[in-house]
Design a protein around this ligand. Structure first.
Ligand code: GTP
Ligand code: MG
Ligand code: ZN
Length: 348
């Protein structure tokens, strides 16, 4: 196998999907960026700017190649013909009213959920990222940057740890490579790590420090509210000189969930365990008598904010899931009308 494919993380899971290995290895590559209609794929023969086959162009966003995907190109290496089955996919419901699932990064092993040791850290946002990470099939690591600007790092670590039982938490000064040993221990030769979090938390700074060179631009944050200025504008897969792959993702403003009920349950396993002790099997932990979750809150064993966020995520998820199902049913009905119309025309 070519050295570059190995560096890009071509592991048996993908190789076994290639029927004709000798032929396909020349045409197989990994998507390193997608900017509007320009998709960049790196193959054994180098980097190629490619188009999508008409079938892929017409497929739903989720089926189109995204950053991190393994793909097969046509013979002229100018068009993506096929997207290999994904090992994992980090996705969210599109911002605004679009109601489409947007893929963010495919085939990632680990998600670095980056937040800072200042007022930027919000437990509810972490819980949301963790639910999406569980759904993606990736391993989460919460990364707390700006530890150098904070004199009470332990308190932030403790808050982050509570977001999900057993979740790994690492602290860092993203600007200082000597403080990144904890993070490096999660990155190995063929693994892909995606960096997600709000603008200005230091994702690109981490990338540059881990790479030992400036691969991405970084930007100052606003002094008044500590928010970033959305310096990174597109997702990009980078190969680290020391091995391993990092996907730098622009700061996310909105992180809507859909079709993640099971994963919400994973993140809030503590609440779901308590709920088994509620008097009513369908207890909403609202005002019901005999509610074990409310009792835990009264006895300070559970955080009121955490319960509120759990319920909020479940509600939001149920609504969005129903809307998506409706949209899909409409799409199917429309396709049927078109199909039947065509048959009729053919018969006439
Ligand atoms: N002192 C200190 N500054 C940091 C740290 N991490 C990031 N910064 C600074 O914070 C600012 C924003 O960093 P970026 O790396 O551009 O943030 P980003 O997460 O990539 O932001 P977007 O690309 O907008 O999503 C820069 O001025 C960094 O130097 C840190 O751990 N300590
Ligand atoms: Mg950035
Ligand atoms: Zn209850």
């Amino acid at each position: 196998m070519s050295d570059i494919l190995q560096k890009l993380g071509l592991v048996p899971f993908f190789i076994q999907q290639l029927a004709d290995i000798d032929l396909l290895q020349e045409r197989v590559g990994r998507v390193t960026s997608v900017q509007r209609s320009r998709t960049t794929v790196v193959c054994g023969s180098g980097e190629h700017l490619v188009e999508l086959s008409s079938r892929l162009r017409q497929s739903a966003a989720i089926g189109r190649p995204t950053v991190g995907d393994w793909v097969v190109l046509d013979e002229s290496l100018t068009r993506i013909e096929r997207v290999l089955e994904r090992k994992s996919l980090f996705k969210r419901l599109g911002a605004g009213s679009s109601n489409t699932i947007q893929p963010i990064a495919a085939n990632i092993d680990i998600l670095f959920i980056v937040t800072s040791c200042n007022e930027e850290l919000k437990e509810s946002r972490l819980e949301r990222y963790l639910a999406l990470c569980a759904e993606a099939g990736a391993m989460p690591v919460i990364v707390l940057t700006k530890a150098d600007l904070c004199d009470d790092v332990d308190r932030y670590v403790e808050r982050a740890r509570k977001a999900q039982a057993g979740v790994a938490v690492e602290t860092a000064n993203a600007r200082d490579p000597d403080t990144l040993e904890g993070l490096r221990s999660w990155i190995n030769q063929a693994s892909t790590v995606a960096l997600v979090g709000s603008s200005g938390v230091g994702k690109s700074t981490l990338l540059n420090s881990l790479a030992g060179q400036s691969l991405a631009a970084t930007g100052e944050i606003r002094e008044d509210d500590k928010k970033g200025r959305h310096t990174t504008t597109h997702r990009q897969l980078h190969i680290l000189p020391s091995g391993g792959l990092l996907v730098d993702v622009p700061g996310m403003r909105e992180l809507r969930v859909a079709e993640v009920e099971q994963s919400i349950g994973d993140v809030f396993d503590d609440i779901e365990r308590l709920a088994r002790g509620c008097q009513f099997a369908d207890c909403q932990h609202n005002t019901e008598p005999g509610c074990a979750v409310l009792r835990a809150i009264e006895e300070d064993r559970m955080d009121r904010r955490r319960l509120a966020n759990y319920r909020k995520l479940l509600r939001e998820n149920a609504q969005a899931t129903a809307t998506l199902a409706e949209k899909r049913a409409q799409g199917r009905a429309f396709a049927k009308v078109v199909r039947e119309g065509k048959t009729k025309v053919a018969l006439e």
